[in-house]
Design a protein around this ligand. Structure first.
Ligand SMILES: NC(=O)CC[C@H](N)C(=O)O
Length: 202
């Protein structure tokens, strides 16, 4: 039996997630745009993109409450980048008037922590145990595109990856590192984009 995994396909890098999901044996990848499509999947990926736009489209299409109940029902959700912001309980650096968040993950994120598009970068980070269990124990490539970072996380949130700041950043932010991947139960969020690498472990 194949497991149906949905990718929220309102905006952003959903095609890249679909492409990689289709390479995983036993997975049926489904683009999710409607309530019916959402109800048909066992788990959901919220891709990177622009979290304010994604929230607006979800609101206009009446999908926001459906997405909220999906996460509340204990179904697995993984948010990458904008998806991480969407899953957060609180976000700093929001547009005027705020933006709708799905919530569910007890984290506060800074929306554009790593700066503008031009400050996007790639690095290698140590693989957490849950990723190592899917094959190799090698570091993973972490692609940050106008990426958020987690400023604080609740006590039940498991930290999966952290990024060490440059000395001048450390001074500016008064901290040595920031959290870039978290998990709480079946909710997971990564500030980077594993769908842009060929590493299927995430
Ligand atoms: N690559 C991304 O998903 C960028 C997210 C962006 N920082 C936002 O606020 O939505």
């Amino acid at each position: 039996m194949r497991i149906r995994i949905g990718v929220l396909a309102l905006q952003g890098s959903f095609r890249e997630h679909m492409f990689l999901l289709q390479k995983i044996p036993g997975v049926e990848a489904v683009e999710v745009r409607t309530k019916e499509e959402l109800e048909s999947v066992a788990g959901l990926i919220i891709p990177g993109g622009e979290s304010t736009t994604m929230a607006l489209v979800a609101e206009r299409w009446g999908l926001l409450p459906e997405l909220q109940s999906f996460a509340k029902a204990g179904k697995p959700v993984w948010g990458t980048c904008a998806g991480m912001i969407f899953l957060a309980e609180a976000a700093e650096g929001q547009k005027k008037g705020g933006q709708a968040l799905l919530g569910g993950l007890d984290i506060t994120v800074s929306r554009n922590f790593f700066g503008a598009q031009i400050n996007s970068f790639e690095t290698r980070l140590p693989a957490p145990d849950c990723i190592k269990s899917y094959g190799s124990t090698e570091d993973f490539r972490a692609v940050f595109i106008r990426a958020p970072a987690v400023l604080s996380a609740g006590p039940e949130v498991e930290v999966l990856a952290e990024y060490t700041l440059m000395p001048e950043e450390a001074v500016a932010y008064g901290r040595d590192k920031v959290i870039v991947a978290v998990r709480k139960g079946v909710l997971m969020a990564t500030a980077f984009h594993p769908e842009l690498t060929t590493d299927l472990r995430w």
